[in-house]
Design a protein around this ligand. Structure first.
Ligand code: SF4
Length: 346
């Protein structure tokens, strides 16, 4: 059966649904920002597209990491993928390092990627400016990203706005490679997340685990409330009797993503007229988050009790991904003159 799926997926030219690739670094359990900015959209995409969702562990090693922690983080993120509703029957879930062709293609793409393009990347400039010694992997990170996407000849890539520059570089790499070795790779389109930039509970910086301004998607009711009660609100609303401004309050923005839309006009009105205090408003938000997370916790509990099931899902996903990756690399090596035995035997 797996073999049948592999062959079906390998017929890149004749496939019906458009192909999507997206990846997430293994930082352990996913958090609210990952869910609102990416995972929620991935769950919808799997219904319409042929999706490949990848735990990109080889990207994680370009920053600070501990080798002994990485396996558990990889598994925890995979559990989060499954917990939010990614379905291995509808999409392919796998770990990047299980498909060595990602690294091979990224090396080959290095040959068509100008150094100046990499040095211009905003993320590289930001991250490298904070380091005394800059690893070459940080510079080449977007080339590996291009390889991740183009290895599957994906046509659509869900991204946050901060990744648009990298996706444009992927398109440029595809163009350069195609013009040199013949048209083969699509120029993938960005599908920008409607959620926009999700600010953390500090109301200031992007929601992220490293900034400790978020809440894990598997947090229980008490943990959710403990986190949400710390959220920063409209700074002008010092006392409960001060009218608030929902349009500048990040708690309200989170309500727009998570609370029943029918309740939003009342939440905004009660805020503006100072009829409801911020603590009560945050309690409503915490309840919305808790309700959203409840099925995630239930599914995660099952997978945590059965980690072998997760490993099997990841292995089946990697097998399927490898089938496509091998076909792409056969073509790429041939066109670049690296399939020398076959060429000489002709
Ligand atoms: Fe923000 Fe709600 Fe407080 Fe208004 S009542 S400032 S929306 S937390």
């Amino acid at each position: 059966m797996e073999r049948g799926r592999e062959e079906e997926a390998s017929s890149a030219g004749g496939r019906g649904r458009r192909r999507v690739f997206s990846g997430m670094q293994p930082s352990g359990e996913a958090h609210l920002g990952n869910y609102l900015g990416a995972l929620r959209q991935w769950v919808e995409l799997q219904e319409e597209y042929e999706c490949f969702f990848c735990v990109v562990d080889e990207h994680a090693i370009t920053g600070e990491f501990a080798g002994e922690d990485l396996p558990a983080r990889t598994l925890d993120l995979a559990v989060s993928f499954l917990a939010v509703g990614l379905d291995p029957e509808r999409c392919t879930i796998f770990v990047q390092s299980d498909v060595p062709e990602h690294v091979e293609l990224s090396w080959l793409f290095n040959s068509v990627t100008p150094l100046g393009d990499l040095e211009r990347m905003t993320q590289f400039k930001d991250k490298s400016s904070r380091l005394e010694s800059v690893p070459a992997g940080l510079l080449n990170y977007p080339v590996l990203q291009a390889a991740d996407i183009l290895l599957y000849r994906a046509e659509v890539v869900p991204v946050g706005e901060d990744q648009l520059q990298h996706l444009e570089l992927t398109r440029e790499i595809a163009r350069r490679w195609n013009s040199r070795f013949g048209s083969y790779f699509p120029e993938p389109e960005a599908l920008v997340s409607k959620a926009g930039r999700i600010l953390g509970l500090d109301g200031d910086q992007k929601m992220s685990k490293s900034l400790d301004n978020t809440v894990g998607i598997l947090a229980d009711s008490e943990e959710v409330w403990a986190r949400v009660r710390t959220a920063v609100t409209d700074p002008q609303r010092v006392k409960k009797s001060d009218p608030g401004r929902p349009e500048v309050c990040n708690v309200y923005t989170l309500h727009t993503h998570l609370t029943d839309p029918e309740k939003l006009p009342d939440i905004a009105h009660q805020c503006r007229t100072a009829q409801r205090g911020c603590v009560e408003c945050k309690r409503i938000l915490a309840a919305s988050i808790d309700e959203r997370f409840a099925p995630f916790r239930e599914r995660a509990a099952h997978y945590r009790e059965n980690p072998d099931e997760v490993v099997q899902i990841l292995e089946a996903g990697a097998q399927r991904a490898r089938g496509i990756a091998r076909e792409t690399m056969r073509e790429v090596r041939g066109r670049m003159g690296l399939d020398w035995r076959t060429a000489l035997a002709r």
